[in-house]
Each structure stands twice: as structure tokens, then as C-alpha cells.
Design a binder for this molecule. Structure first.
Ligand SMILES: Cc1ncc(COP(=O)(O)O)c(C=O)c1O
Length: 264
């Protein structure tokens, strides 16, 4: 039998199915809180400081109290109980003042993805807040699946490509460079995106329209959980190169970057 999933609740490590929250917590009632998902490789968490910094910024922007040192201690306690974990840790802080950490397995496949474009307007007031209000993002994925795709690609009403519901988009329009939508288009300041922009000299921020994406040579989604995952089709139209050479190079560069950082 697999070991029960672990949680940490306000500093106490326990089986996830025994962790209890008051039903009056506004984190539950209104999605009022913040969260992060970290990747753990062989028990070692990647980019901890980046995630804690983004979480503190989210909390400050949401006018939510957050104790970074307590979260760091929760993470250490959870990881030492979880052993040589290959998976993820989800950290949450709710308006009710609860700190939650959950060990999660990696979900989904690494196969090239079919995407469906879903119209989306990022709520301006939640800029630079990774909040618990993810109902719209989860619905976008469900709508994409109803259309036979694996995942949604969020596109503004004016036809600007934004991001996936839980991932960043990179595309090559010319076959030699990669572009990813700029933060000014209100996409999440993704940690994987930042790292890829730093390690890939051919990658840059640039507005991408749905029409331009129709002519893309190759594209991929990037995130903490997906790392680099090739896109096979967008709205049923196949991309010419799957996975393309720039996607494969990005996957290799990211894997090397993670390995190097975990070793040092
Ligand atoms: C909306 C959105 N965009 C992009 C990402 C990817 O961010 P990261 O690379 O920090 O995992 C996420 C991750 O959850 C997300 O929710």
C-alpha cells in the first residue's frame, strides 16, 4: 500500500487526510489566500527562495499576513518527513491565518500537448498575486478538455496570447528564436519562465498574437510541474516541429540548470 500523503498544518506534520481547517476560513469561502507549488527532486526542493519571495509579494499585495520563516520551517519539516521525494510541495496561507503544506505527486503526462484557445481577461486587481482564486483557470482547462484538447491557452479578447492556466508559453515564430508574452500583459511572473529567459540566449519577451502563433514553427508550455512540455496542436492545427529543436534545447538547458543549482 502506498504511504499516505503528508501535510504540514501550522507547523505540525501529519497525514494529509487528517489535516483539518475550520469551514469558516475565508481561504475556503472566498479563495482569499496565496499559494505556491515547488518542485522537489530526490528530496531536494528547487528554487525555494524564489517561491518564498513570490509568496511574500503575493501576500503583501493581497494585504495578507505571512510569516516567511514559519513557512520555511514548515517546508523543512515536511520534506524531512517525506524522504527522497520526487514530486511537489504545495504551500498555502489562508485569510483565516492557517499555513498549509501538502506533498503532491507529479500529475499528468509529459507527452506533447493539444491546446485549445480560451478567451480570458486577467483580473487587474490581482496583478502580482498568486491567489487561491483559481476557479477561472481550472474552468479554462475544463472548457479546453470539452473541446477535445489537453489544456487551455489563455488568449485576451484582443487576440494576445497570454499563458496556460498554470503555465507559461514559449513559441518560435521564426525557427531561430523563442518569444514569451511580456509581464505587462499580466501573465504570472513564472519562476520557470525567468530561469529559461536567463539560460536561453535565443529567448526574449515579446507580445504574441493568436494570428502570429498560427505560423509558429514550434512551441512549449513551461512551469514548475511541467518543466518544458512540447505543444503538438493549437485549436486542432498541428505545429510543424514536435518537439522542435528549440524546445528540446530548452528542456536540456533547464534540466542542466536544475541539476547544477541542486548540486551547489
Ligand atoms: C497562471 C500561471 N502561469 C504560469 C505558471 C508557471 O509558474 P512557475 O514557473 O513559477 O511554476 C503558473 C504556475 O502555477 C501559473 O499559475
Amino acid at each position: 500500500m502506498p504511504a499516505p500523503a503528508l501535510a504540514v498544518l501550522d507547523g505540525q506534520v501529519l497525514p494529509a487526510d487528517e489535516a483539518r481547517l475550520p469551514v469558516t476560513d475565508e481561504g475556503l469561502l472566498r479563495g482569499d489566500g496565496v499559494f505556491e507549488v515547488l518542485r522537489v527532486y530526490g528530496g531536494r526542493p528547487f528554487a525555494v527562495e524564489d517561491h518564498l519571495r513570490r509568496m511574500a509579494r503575493s501576500a503583501a499585495n493581497l494585504r495578507l499576513e505571512l510569516d516567511t520563516e514559519a513557512l520555511r520551517a514548515d517546508l523543512v519539516a515536511l520534506l524531512s518527513a517525506a524522504g527522497a521525494l520526487d514530486g511537489c510541495v504545495r504551500l498555502l496561507v489562508t485569510r483565516g491565518g492557517r499555513r498549509i503544506g501538502l506533498v503532491e505527486p507529479l500529475k499528468g503526462s509529459s507527452q506533447p500537448l493539444a491546446l485549445a484557445c480560451i478567451e480570458y481577461v486577467p483580473p487587474r486587481v490581482l496583478d502580482e498575486i498568486k491567489s487561491l482564486s483559481y476557479g477561472a483557470n481550472m474552468l479554462a482547462t475544463r472548457l479546453a478538455r470539452e473541446r477535445g484538447a489537453d489544456e487551455a491557452l489563455l488568449v485576451s479578447p484582443h487576440g494576445r496570447v497570454l499563458e496556460g492556466p498554470t503555465s507559461t508559453l514559449f513559441a518560435s515564430l521564426d525557427g531561430t528564436s523563442l518569444v514569451t508574452p511580456p509581464l505587462s500583459d499580466r501573465v504570472l511572473d513564472s519562476i520557470t519562465r525567468r530561469r529559461l529567459l536567463a539560460v536561453l540566449p535565443v529567448a526574449r519577451e515579446e507580445v504574441v498574437t493568436r494570428d502570429e502563433l498560427r505560423g509558429a514553427r514550434e512551441a512549449f508550455l513551461a512551469s514548475t510541474t511541467r518543466e518544458v512540455q512540447a505543444i503538438a496542436t493549437i485549436d486542432g492545427e498541428p505545429l510543424p516541429s514536435v518537439p522542435g529543436p528549440l524546445t528540446e534545447a530548452a528542456a536540456r538547458a533547464f534540466a542542466d540548470h536544475v541539476r547544477h543549482e541542486l548540486e551547489h
